[in-house]
Design a protein around this ligand. Structure first.
Ligand code: ZN
Length: 173
């Protein structure tokens, strides 16, 4: 998701008009309400993804929704407000690929210039379930390192997390 402050025209507090104002010299211009003075800070969106080693590969799913319809990603999704990030990761894995997992370690955190989403990647271990396509998923697969469809991955975070995981585990691409 790209950073787009133009999307917001009205104050969420009073419905007044928002304009861009420089509040501090070193900071970007902020959206400020012309009526009540409310400052509408645009925050990052937090998402999480899970590396699931299974058999001799890693679980990927093909997305059944935009953005990235038909492309492959690691299972994951957006963190709900108030939900611990680890809980999101486990929940999204269950919803998307029908596996029960537990988190074994934090892999890395991915953020990109000009992008809204910050992605926390975990390594997980399968506790149960049967791999299959769940919500928002066209198909699931287990990919050995040399089979990963690098040119058909939807998001930079999946590409970077797979690269980091393979480096960490000394698996050759
Ligand atoms: Zn206002």
């Amino acid at each position: 998701m790209t950073y787009r402050e133009e999307l917001y025209k009205f104050c969420p507090q009073c419905g007044g008009r928002l304009v861009k104002k420089l509040l501090k010299a070193q900071e970007p211009r902020r959206l400020v309400c012309t009526d009540c003075g409310f400052v509408f800070y645009l925050d990052p969106k937090l998402a999480t993804i899970a590396v699931i080693p299974l058999e001799d590969g890693i679980v990927l799913l093909r997305r059944a929704i935009e953005p990235g319809y038909g492309l492959w990603v690691l299972p994951g999704g957006f963190v709900d407000v108030g939900e611990p990030v680890e809980v999101t990761a486990v929940r999204e894995v269950a919803e998307e690929v029908l596996l029960q997992v537990r988190i074994t370690q934090l892999l890395n955190i991915y953020s990109y210039t000009g992008r809204t989403t910050v992605v926390v990647a975990f390594v997980t271990e399968v506790l149960g379930g049967t791999l299959g396509p769940g919500d928002e998923t066209l198909e699931v697969g287990i990919f050995r390192p040399q089979e990963i469809p690098w040119d058909q991955l939807a998001f930079s975070s999946s590409r970077d997390a797979l690269t980091d995981y393979l480096k960490m585990t000394n698996l050759q691409v």
